[in-house]
Every structure is written in C-alpha cells, then in structure tokens.
Design a binder for this molecule. Structure first.
Ligand SMILES: NC(=O)c1ccc[n+]([C@@H]2O[C@H](COP(=O)([O-])OP(=O)(O)OC[C@H]3O[C@@H](n4cnc5c(N)ncnc54)[C@H](O)[C@@H]3O)[C@@H](O)[C@H]2O)c1
Length: 433
C-alpha cells in the first residue's frame, strides 16, 4: 500500500517548490561529531495543519531539517512540500531536504517515515490514526509533536495513554496540538484563575459555535474510502465528530479552568438539525454536555456547526469571588468581580501560539528535559469523546465507562475500496459499547 513518490512526480513538485537545482536532493546533511546537532524531522499528514506545523518546527530551531514526509495522497504531499518551501524562503535550501525516496504515500506511509533516520515526527493526519502513529513513533524512540485530538475512541485513548507514559520513561517529547495551552494570554489568565484570583472555580461554560466546514462533493473516480478520507470531518470514525475534532480545544480549556481533574460522569444532548446530503456524512451538528466533578462542581460545554447562526468561542468561568471571560480570537482575557467590575485584563505580548509550542518543544529536546503533555491532552481528549458517547447513546456516561469503552471505530481493513457509511446515531437507540 505504500510507495515512495516517483522520481518524475518529485521533480515536478520540486520544480514547483523551487527545489529543482541539480544535485540538491543528493546533498547529504552535515552533522557535527555528536551526530545529533541537527535534528531530522519527519512529517506525517501533509494537510493544512501538517504544513503549518512543519514550518513552525523548522523556524523553532535553525538546526532542524525536514527530511521525510508521508500522506495518503500524493497531491497533498506535493502541495505541502511546495507550501513549506515557499514559507521557509531563503532557509528552504538548508532546512527542506526531502529526497524523492523519503516521500511516501498510502496507509502504511507513516511507518516508512518512522523507520527512517528521523529524530522528531510531526503527526498531523486526521484524528483516527493518531494512536497508531503515536504508538509506532514512541516505540521507535522518536520525539513526537501530535495534533489534537489524540484519539477518537476508548481503545485509541488507552493506546496513547500507554505511549505517553512510555515517552516519559524514555525521555522523549510528547507535545500536543492543544495550542491554547501555549498561548501567552491564555497562560497568564489561567494562571490567575488557577491561583484563586476569582476564588474557587465552581463552574465553567465553554463554547465552540461556528458555521459548517466545507463539504467536499464526491468525484466519480473516488472510491468510498477516498471520498470519506477527503471529506473526513463528516465521518465519526475518522474525525470523532466535531465535538472531538474541533471543540476539544474548548473542552481542554474547560478542564484547565476546573483545575485539570477527571470528571466523574457526563450527560450530553446533541443531534443533527441542519446538516443535509451525503457530503455531510453522519456527524451531528450540535452538542451540549454537562460534566459533573467529584466535588459536585459542573462544567458545561456547547458546540455547534450550523450556518447563519451567531459564532462564539468563549470561555465563561465562574468563581466564588468573581468570573473570567476568555476568548483568544476577539481577544479578551479578563477577570471581573462579583459586581461585574473589571479586576484584571491581559496586556502582555501575544505571540503565535502555534510557534510557541514548537519553540517550547525543541528547546525542551535540546536541554534534555522533553515536554510531556500526556496527562492533560488525554483527559481533554477523553472528555470530548465521552461527550459524544453520551449524546449518541442518550445515556449518562461515567469516566470509567468512557475510558474502558470497547467501541473501536477503526475499520477492520484500511484500503481504498468500498466503505459503507454508518447511520446517524439516535439517542436511546444507539448502544454504548
Ligand atoms: N491545533 C489546531 O488549532 C489545529 C488546527 C487545524 C487542524 N488541527 C488538527 O490537525 C489535524 C489535521 O487537520 P488539517 O486541517 O490539517 O486537515 P487536512 O485534511 O488539511 O490534512 C490532513 C492530512 O492528513 C492526511 N492523512 C489522513 N490520514 C492519513 C494517514 N493514515 N496517513 C497519512 N496521511 C493521512 C490527509 O490525506 C491530509 O492530507 C486534525 O487532527 C485537526 O483536528 C489542529
């Protein structure tokens, strides 16, 4: 299933990327005596985020070189290489050195990158494959940057929890794409909240209300699998549904506000009110989850992907002595007293959080203290999955049930052929496994 990108197609893409100078691809990297002054980076999942993450990794540390890439589709890989090369400008010749035999496509392509002589892998495929890729990367001793969410089901969560623990044991970086944790303003305001500036946090409501993501109409030449993979947001087995794929950022901040402790159970309402047509697959378009904590506190999360409705991506956090309003886009990072008077607002620098996380990861690798985001990234991922499970089934789902769930969403056979679409989940009918 895997094959390196052909020489001919590489030359075409390299030319488009301004890389076609003769002999360049054959040029070997110069490594100093310790052999690892230059960190070799492999990119797995060459879409929008993977392309951005590769550029951020290369900008984070001038002694990094992108040497290998993998994607399901050659067109995605080639456009990513062009994008990375263009973005790296005059540093591209030195830091973007992906030889044709290091460009792999297909479902097994990830393993070829992991098996190559890379030090760091950037995992930015669609979410379903993250556990498989994280597990393989850690087993091979690679530092990992993994985009959110970390899994779409219970078996995937358990796999990543084990891999994150193993990464810690082996002193390998495990940095997550929960990028708000690396935002300057978010770090400052959550430090205020977690240190008691609004008293004890009793409840929080986070929102992720947006329009729909563009569906990709089917082309006649696409197999069922190719169509689903290219239109992946709309299929739960690939994305986890939008509460897991997208709203997990806001669920992560909900968890941050509540002090990063495991909730005991959740109740969740959701459905599909406005999505129509086969391109929209079977995912829901709205969820409302209530998380209950061991001490009786409650966390609320609502997310919606419906056009022509107001958007909101704000965290409303309520403490015994005040409240906080956090919105990274408007931006607002502000604390209020119980009478609604502003007590504190963030006024420091606002660097690109995506760049911040890569700067932090490479600095931690260089200093021998690799960051491990395992604990919070898995709690937030499982909270999102638990919210979907509760909405799909209509049942109250406990933390233990979600963690031990046997529902494995990955198809038995990953191949570009027939692939049926599961029916839309019906609360009260869809069963929990
Ligand atoms: N942290 C953030 O703010 C942020 C922003 C955007 C996306 N993301 C996350 O990044 C991930 C990718 O999102 P995107 O917007 O780049 O999507 P995308 O569709 O642009 O890219 C995904 C790429 O992965 C490839 N792919 C899928 N399965 C693969 C496999 N098994 N092996 C190799 N390649 C595979 C696809 O072909 C595609 O090129 C998602 O998990 C998404 O949630 C995070």
């Amino acid at each position: 299933m895997t094959h390196p990108v052909s020489r001919r197609s590489f030359v075409a893409s390299a030319a488009a990327a301004g890389l076609a100078a003769p002999g360049l691809a054959a040029h070997r990297l110069q490594s100093p005596a310790n052999g690892r002054d230059i960190l070799r980076v492999g990119l797995i999942g060459c879409g929008g985020r993977g392309t951005g993450a590769a550029v951020q990794a290369l900008r984070a540390d001038s002694r990094t070189v992108l040497v290998a890439m993998a994607d399901l589709f050659e067109d995605r890989l080639r456009s990513s290489l062009s994008g990375i090369t263009e973005a790296m400008e005059d540093q591209a010749e030195r830091q973007v050195r992906v030889e044709p035999n290091a460009m792999h496509v297909g479902f097994e392509a990830f393993q070829r990158v992991i098996d190559s002589d890379v030090d760091v892998v950037l995992l930015a495929t669609t979410p379903n494959f993250r556990p498989m890729h994280i597990e393989a990367a850690v087993a091979a001793g690679k530092h990992v940057f993994a985009e959110k969410p970390m899994a779409v089901d219970g078996p995937g969560v358990r796999k990543v929890i084990a891999a994150a623990a193993e990464a810690k044991r082996r002193r390998l970086a495990m940095v997550s794409g929960f990028c708000w944790r690396y935002g300057n303003a978010e770090r400052a305001v959550f430090a205020q909240i977690n240190s008691g500036a609004i008293g004890k946090v009793m409840a929080a409501h986070t929102t992720y209300h947006t329009g729909t993501l563009s569906p990709r109409p089917r082309r006649p030449e696409w197999s069922d699998m190719e169509w689903q993979m290219r239109n992946w947001w709309h299929f739960t087995w690939i994305s986890g549904d939008h509460i897991v794929e997208q709203a997990c950022h806001s669920i992560d901040r909900l968890s941050w506000a509540m002090g990063d402790v495991d909730p005991v159970r959740c109740v969740s309402l959701g459905g599909r009110a406005a999505r129509q047509g086969p391109e929209s697959g079977h995912v829901y378009d709205h969820f409302a989850v209530i998380y209950e904590y061991p001490d009786g506190r409650r966390g609320f999360h609502t997310c919606r992907q419906i056009d022509r409705c107001p958007s909101d991506n704000t965290d409303y956090i309520f403490g015994t002595q005040g409240r906080a309003v956090v919105n990274g886009w408007t931006p607002q990072h502000e604390l209020f007293d119980l009478d609604g008077r502003s007590m504190w607002t963030y006024s420091g620098p606002r660097r690109d959080m995506y760049q911040n996380e890569h700067d932090a990861m490479f600095a931690s690798i260089r200093t021998g203290n690799p960051i491990n985001d395992g604990e919070f990234m898995m709690r937030s991922t499982l909270m999102a999955i638990m919210g979907r499970m509760a909405a799909y089934t209509g049942q109250t789902i406990t933390w233990e049930q979600a963690l031990n769930s046997k529902e494995d969403l990955t198809p038995e056979r990953l191949h570009f052929g027939e692939m049926s679409v599961a029916p839309v989940a019906v609360p009260g009918v869809t069963r929990f496994f």
